[in-house]
Design a protein around this ligand. Structure first.
Ligand SMILES: Nc1nc2c(ncn2[C@H]2C[C@H](O)[C@@H](COP(=O)(O)O)O2)c(=O)[nH]1
Ligand SMILES: [Mn+2]
Length: 230
């Protein structure tokens, strides 16, 4: 049975010794008749549905959310953007849906992996270029460029849309942190994830986070445990 190395227990070893070739060798080839079939692309992004977000696994949450679970809720959160905040809302949804797509091949690299920022970018760029050039271009050059432009916009983080969606990435992680602390009935203190709030730029997202942190504080107080946010 072909296995996704990022799902196996030695996912972290795979992350430390990653190569695109090694990942591609672990994926059965897609042989299809029509040259512009989307199948090969769809089989690769299926891995987003089956690859758990690595950060939680370190805390013993082995059946946690997948990468696509995270991107799905982010895309919904972008739809809650206040109407008066002038960004291209539809583009924000697309940015959320595409931003971690490279992780289907690069894996979900976490800060404790201690992979240099430049190396993380290299892996994700190489993975995204494979997806775009090998899997999407045969379907349509225009479609391929659209995906690459979206990924690059998020990665570069310069446009108001990209800044907002990065805020949402961080806010979604904070929500999931609190949800897992509740799910495990205060048996897991996941405060280490809350550092991401420091990078949030938009005031209305900061207010969402403040609400989430006060909910978390009440939860831990009711559990009779002090979990001071670092
Ligand atoms: N164990 C930790 N994992 C963390 C921390 N901060 C982020 N993360 C995880 C969350 C995701 O699995 C991954 C990055 O997610 P992206 O959406 O940015 O690709 O890293 C942490 O402090 N500890
Ligand atoms: Mn993300």
């Amino acid at each position: 049975m072909s296995r996704n190395p990022f799902v196996s227990s030695n996912a972290n070893t795979f992350i430390q010794n990653w190569s695109l070739d090694a990942v591609l060798k672990s994926i059965p080839a897609t042989t299809v008749a029509s040259p512009n079939s989307p199948l090969a692309f769809l089989h690769i992004i299926e891995r987003l549905k089956t690859t758990p977000r690595e950060g939680w696994r370190r805390h013993g949450i082995l059946q946690g959310e997948s990468i696509s679970d995270h991107m799905y809720r982010m895309s919904v959160i972008t739809m809650l953007c206040p109407p008066e905040h002038k960004v291209d809302k539809d583009r924000c949804i697309k940015l959320a849906i595409v931003h971690d797509m490279a992780e289907a091949l690069a894996g979900d690299i976490t800060p404790p992996d201690n992979i240099e920022k430049a190396e993380k970018h290299r892996r994700e760029l190489e993975s995204m270029q494979y997806i775009v050039n090998t899997l999407l271009k045969p379907i349509s050059e225009v479609i391929a460029n659209d995906f690459m432009d979206l990924w690059t916009e998020y990665e570069t983080g310069k446009t108001p849309e990209a800044v907002f969606v990065k805020d949402v990435d961080r806010f979604e992680l904070i929500c999931q942190t609190i949800e897992y602390e509740k799910k495990y009935e205060a048996q897991k203190d996941l405060k280490e994830f809350l550092h991401v709030r420091e990078g949030i730029k938009n005031d209305f997202v900061k207010r969402w986070v403040a609400d989430a942190l006060s909910e978390r504080e009440a939860f831990w107080r009711n559990a009779g445990i002090e979990s001071i946010v670092p």
